[in-house]
Design a protein around this ligand. Sequence first.
Ligand SMILES: [Zn+2]
Length: 507
Amino acid sequence: MFAKVKSIALAGLLGVKVSVEVDISNGLPSLNIVGLPDKAVQESSERVRSAIKNAGFEFPLRRITVNLAPAEVRKEGSTFDLPIAIGVLAVTGAIKNTEVIKDFYFAGELSLDGSVRRISGALPMVLSVKDDVKNFVIPYDNRAETEIVDSVLIFPVKHIKEVVEFLNGDKKIVPEHRSIPDLLHLDNNFDEDFSDIKGQFQAKRALEIAASGGHNIVMVGSPGSGKTLLARRLPTILPPLIEKEALEVTQIYSAGGLLKDSGVVNTRPFRSPHHTASSASIIGGGNSPKPGEISLAHNGVLFLDELPEFRRDVLEALRQPLEDAFITITRVKERVTYPARFMLVAAMNPCPCGWYKDPVHNCSCSVSDIKRYRNKISGPMWDRFDMQVEVPRLLPEELTKTVKGEISKDVRDRVTRAKGIQIERYKREKIFNNSALTPRLIKKFIELGQDENGFLNNAADKLGLTGRGFDKILKVARTIADLDGSSRVRLPHIAEAIQYRTDLSVE
Ligand SMILES: [Zn+2]
């Protein structure tokens, strides 16, 4: 007796078709699984055997061989429990019409009692179904994330018994579909608001510009200046996710096993890993590769507080994904790619003690201390930031004097408008915002008048700008012009952009 069951293995977010072949023959009772890593084989065969028995089915006292093909595809053990069990139940006759199996894909982990448990990566698995079979039997707890795929019918199940009844025609399961736009938080209600923070108008303005153009930004300021509070409120001024973005983000969270019950990530991610985090947790990787913080921040914000405290190798590893908007993790026999298009927001103290240039406290650091501290971030890494702003600490009297700031919604409306202008402008290019402008595209899209050119060249001489620094000012100026609703970049836009290149040199 022989049965063949369809399933999917994941490499990153890419699904690969796997055929689970089950053969039963005379011989000593055994369950041999071929095509899985050793440890996973052992665990899977235990679970499958117990699940089948405890669900009340007969487990054949014969020789059962399970082959997961193709062999060269790396397979995570637990998601194949269900297809393996279905194959066994087909060869033993518990599933009466074995033809019907061909019309379905199966994925799910089994408990010893036969219940079907949630798996990681269900959404990318379902999305990668491309052949004529458009039915997928999936764990009940994965239904919310997979029911958003409209090209595949989802059959959620709770127990192996239920699957057998369903395949035998004794039980009906009605597939449901949910539409992503209905699940998105278009009104974005947040607990925090930009208006919570008094003063700091320049920093807020800088964040508004950064959010509009997708610019990476670093904030430098003493403890208590509010730079962390500001960064944490950044999501409140970001435009809502659109459907395509939400689907991308949700796939990554599905692969990482991080989806909540709603099934869809419906607001822009904001990730703030601690500076002690390992390279694998930030970049991605591990024994069975999982998306790292840079991918979990896809279409959102990666916030690195106390930037110089991060391990140098971690910071250096960020450079490539910042350029490419994706990360490739290379492992033995395997390469896995995850999207990683995020806005990098960083905060740091001006010096090791934190009080350099503070109006009240005295800084106890020597010039070489400060230089060493800032040199923890390499030149090429500094180059990834389009904007640098100083966030001065406000004195108590300044705090009480200052009027309440604008509410997030008003800022968000401007950011959303500016973003819309960029999407329209770059619709024939492969970029979405000003921050992604390459030198070639800067020439194509940013045309300066004589006055603007003269002013910028003059400033470049004074500031000793490199070509890269020059381009960054142009990109930021383009965003300021977009916020201003101006089709051309004009003098005031350039003048403001120059302010966001704070001189971080130490006197
Ligand atoms: Zn100091």
